[in-house]
Design a protein around this ligand. Structure first.
Ligand SMILES: *Cc1c(COP(=O)(O)O)cnc(C)c1O
Length: 521
């Protein structure tokens, strides 16, 4: 039986999975959701023995039902190969009393690789299945990590172009260098004068613009999205929750049927939503703890039932979570509205017009699977430093936000279920913030030569400032010394690499810029 998808803003029309992957966003501005969340049709006992690739097939076949077995398996084997630096793809590491699910072993060392190494294959397969002749233009807004992962995934993929917009000054230096040194004739990178929300809104506006669609079509192009609004991003992210649970079972860390809690460092709400879907598929997850940084719009939402983006945008040491409009929350809102597309549309229109919406009490009651928490900049740095001091394990600031919140959750609620912390980036991607934290809270152990001086120049938005006085790569070297973990290839290869993309534009001129890049004007 085919699982169909519909828009969160229009219950009438349905599309197949491959059509949803191709389009990215529904024509009415809504997000595609499956008409129901399928259950796993293999037992956890069977899953226990499966490789990552086998698990991926067992999960994804339930969602992407119009892909043939051969198509899906081919996408999976091309995605999860030696681009990852470990055969297990997503290793579990025990740090004190918490399990870290490390999702940063792909080619761009952030969790976005988990989905973006397969999305290009899902998308080009979908194009073939649906007889698309036009060149597909992937438009992507990035808060830092999606951009590079999408560029790496789509570089030189025939029949595609990729254009990435990132907020100038709003990403770490390593993130920026990773993007602007990207090779591939079909790639373009643009720094916008604005923040991530400006970039994301600009991209969404282009998707919804019918006139632009006609012009593009005339020139032989059609848009698609590599952002987590694309269901082709979300479905591969469900896999690692299933995999992690099955492996905890296999290694005897939990018992058959034992419920665990999961904490996810959250920005656009894509990762944690995938965890929610995994729960609905049948994985024994009790609570999904949503961890925010100082841009704590989600924390406030879970507290009050009011989503209000009218607030100061804070640049933090976890830039991939510096987001005030979490697009994927719309899929949850739609679900707790009982699949009422009209209700959801009203709320989203309110968000667009007034920057705020409030859900009903009845809807709020359906949020009990979630718990919201946040960590301040100081708490994040403390978590990095103190964990290092007591265990020698170094985590990145995004993961540290989650680790802090997971600890606070347990202390506050006395909930001692096993805790899985989703670990989303390599500390090397954020060497400056990490070294600052080790220096301030990591004790003697971080005592690399000149550690103190190195880190002192980074202010609150230290990561975002291109050069805080100390060369980024001295910090990388210091981090290698402190952590004993070898510098990953992803960082080695940008060292001294040529800058290939220097384009910038105002947030209001994204459409013109796209046309320029595509040679339409
Ligand atoms: C994207 C990202 C996040 C946030 O994930 P969402 O799916 O947007 O909630 C957290 N940490 C890192 C390192 C990321 O790249």
């Amino acid at each position: 039986m085919n699982l169909l998808y519909k828009s969160t803003r229009n219950a009438e029309r349905t599309v197949t999975a491959s059509e949803a992957v191709l389009k990215g966003l529904a024509e009415d501005g809504g997000l595609f959701v499956p008409v129901e969340i399928p259950k796993l049709d293999v037992s956890l006992d069977e899953l226990k023995e499966m490789s990552y690739q086998e698990t991926a097939y067992a999960v994804m076949k339930r969602f992407l039902t119009d892909y043939t077995e051969e198509e899906l398996k081919s996408c999976i084997s091309r995605a999860y190969d030696d681009k990852f630096d470990t055969e297990v793809i997503a290793p579990l590491v025990k740090v004190a009393d918490t399990f870290h699910l490390e999702l940063f072993h792909g080619q761009t060392i952030a969790f976005k690789d988990m989905a973006l190494s397969i999305l290009p294959h899902l998308l080009t397969t979908a194009a073939k299945k649906n007889h698309v002749e036009k060149e597909i233009v992937i438009l992507t807004a990035t808060s830092g990590d999606t951009g590079k992962a999408a560029l790496a995934g789509f570089a030189d993929v025939p029949g595609t172009r990729i254009i990435v917009f990132y907020p100038k000054g709003g990403v770490s230096r390593v993130q920026e260098l990773q993007m602007v040194t990207q090779k591939g004739d079909n790639t373009a990178v643009v720094a916008i004068h604005g923040n991530f929300d400006n970039a994301q809104s600009g991209v969404k506006a282009m998707f919804e613009d019918k006139e632009l669609e006609r012009e593009l079509s005339g020139a032989g192009f059609q848009f698609s999205s590599a952002n987590s609004i694309n269901i082709g991003r979300l479905v591969p992210q469900i896999v690692y929750y299933v995999y992690a649970y099955a492996k905890l079972l296999k290694y005897g860390e939990i018992e058959q049927g034992e419920e665990i809690n999961v904490t996810v460092p959250t920005g656009n709400f894509g990762n944690i939503l995938a965890g929610y879907y995994a729960k609905q598929m049948g994985v024994p997850i009790a609570r999904l703890v949503c961890a925010s940084n100082e841009n704590k719009v989600l924390f406030d939402f879970f507290q009050t039932g009011t989503y209000d983006k009218n607030r100061e945008f804070v640049l933090t040491s976890s830039p991939s979570m510096d987001i005030l409009i979490s697009s994927n929350l719309e899929r949850l809102i739609y679900a707790i509205a009982g699949g009422d597309a009209k209700k959801n549309r009203e709320l989203m229109e309110n968000l667009k017009k007034n920057g705020v919406y409030e859900i009903s009490l009845e809807m709020k009651e359906k949020l009990s699977d979630f718990y919201g928490g946040y960590a301040t900049e100081e708490e994040t740095a403390r978590m990095i430093g103190e964990t290092y001091k007591s265990t020698g394990y170094v985590m990145d600031p995004h993961t540290a936000v989650a680790a802090w919140v997971s600890r606070a959750y347990r202390e506050k609620n006395g909930d001692d279920k096993k805790m899985l912390v989703v670990s989303t980036a390599s500390p090397y991607k954020f060497s400056r913030s990490v070294m600052t934290a080790l220096d301030a809270f990591g004790g003697k152990a971080s005592g690399t030569d000149g550690g103190t001086a190195l880190a002192s120049s980074a202010g609150k938005a230290g990561e975002a400032v291109a050069d805080g006085g100390v060369d980024e790569f001295s910090l990388v070297d210091a981090l290698e010394k402190a952590s004993g973990v070898e510098v990953p290839n992803a960082v080695k290869e940008i060292r001294g690499a040529k800058i290939l993309h220097a384009r910038e534009c105002d947030a209001g001129r994204m459409e013109e810029t796209v046309k320029e890049i595509l040679g339409m004007k």
